[in-house]
Design a binder for this molecule. Structure first.
Ligand SMILES: *Cc1c(COP(=O)(O)O)cnc(C)c1O
Length: 222
């Protein structure tokens, strides 16, 4: 746990008007409590079970819960009652499941659409053609319990900053395009979730509104 690094990041983000999702996956609730006392509210987890256990212990008054990882459809029901933002909607089937569970929970669930931006092909997400299909689908047009709040992406895990920059530029361009067209009447399409411990500075220079940082704050994970 590096409180000093946390405050430094918060300060950096201020000048970009960007938010921090503190990625607390695998870390004990004591770590989350410690950071919450420093002023952090938004926490990111990538497993429904782990996030739910932490939510049950810490509640959602002082904590806002973001699901950041790839989500299995049968897990949506566990988080639907309390989750604040689902970052990684990466298929039409998952979108439909979120609509269904949002209806049951009598909530409008906020989501980001995950775009596949990495030049390496190991990451989840839509390509542009699949996105087009999603946006034109009845499920999307008729959705009442899902609110699309923006895009999310993960760059290739590489030292090559030019490549990372290209990948962030592509999702940032798409985000601006959607904001002007498909989502021009939406006042909720406002988030571009890009940037992690190793590449958040590049992400901020490409218009990130929310970075997801774990190890730089909480230390390495096992
Ligand atoms: C784990 C994870 C992060 C945070 O990674 P760090 O490199 O530890 O900052 C961000 N986004 C997603 C989707 C993750 O799974």
């Amino acid at each position: 746990m590096n409180i000093e690094a946390y405050h430094k990041i918060v300060k950096e983000l201020e000048s970009y008007n960007a938010k921090l999702c503190a990625v607390s996956k695998t870390k004990p609730v004591e770590d989350l409590k410690m950071l919450q006392k420093e002023g952090q509210k938004v926490f990111g987890e990538n497993k429904a079970q782990e996030m739910t256990a932490k939510f049950e212990e810490l509640g959602d008054d002082d904590y806002s819960w973001h699901m950041i990882g790839h989500m299995q459809r049968n897990k949506v029901k566990y988080i639907a009652p309390y989750v604040d933002l689902i970052h990684g909607v990466d298929s039409l089937r998952l979108f439909k499941q979120i609509e269904k569970e949002g209806r049951k929970a009598e909530r409008k669930l906020k989501v980001l659409i995950q775009m596949h931006i990495a030049e390496e092909d190991s990451k989840f997400g839509f390509d542009r053609k699949e996105l087009e299909e999603l946006l034109n689908s009845d499920a999307f047009v008729d959705a009442e319990h899902v609110q699309v709040c923006g895009l999310m992406g993960m760059a290739t895990f590489t030292e090559d900053e030019k490549q990372i920059g290209r990948e962030f530029a592509s999702i940032s361009g798409l985000y601006e395009e959607l904001k002007k067209n498909t989502f021009k009447d939406s006042d909720s399409f406002n988030e571009l979730s890009i940037g992690m411990s190793g590449d958040y500075k590049i992400a901020l220079d490409h218009g990130s509104t929310m970075v997801r940082i774990g190890s730089k704050i909480f230390g390495p994970r096992n």
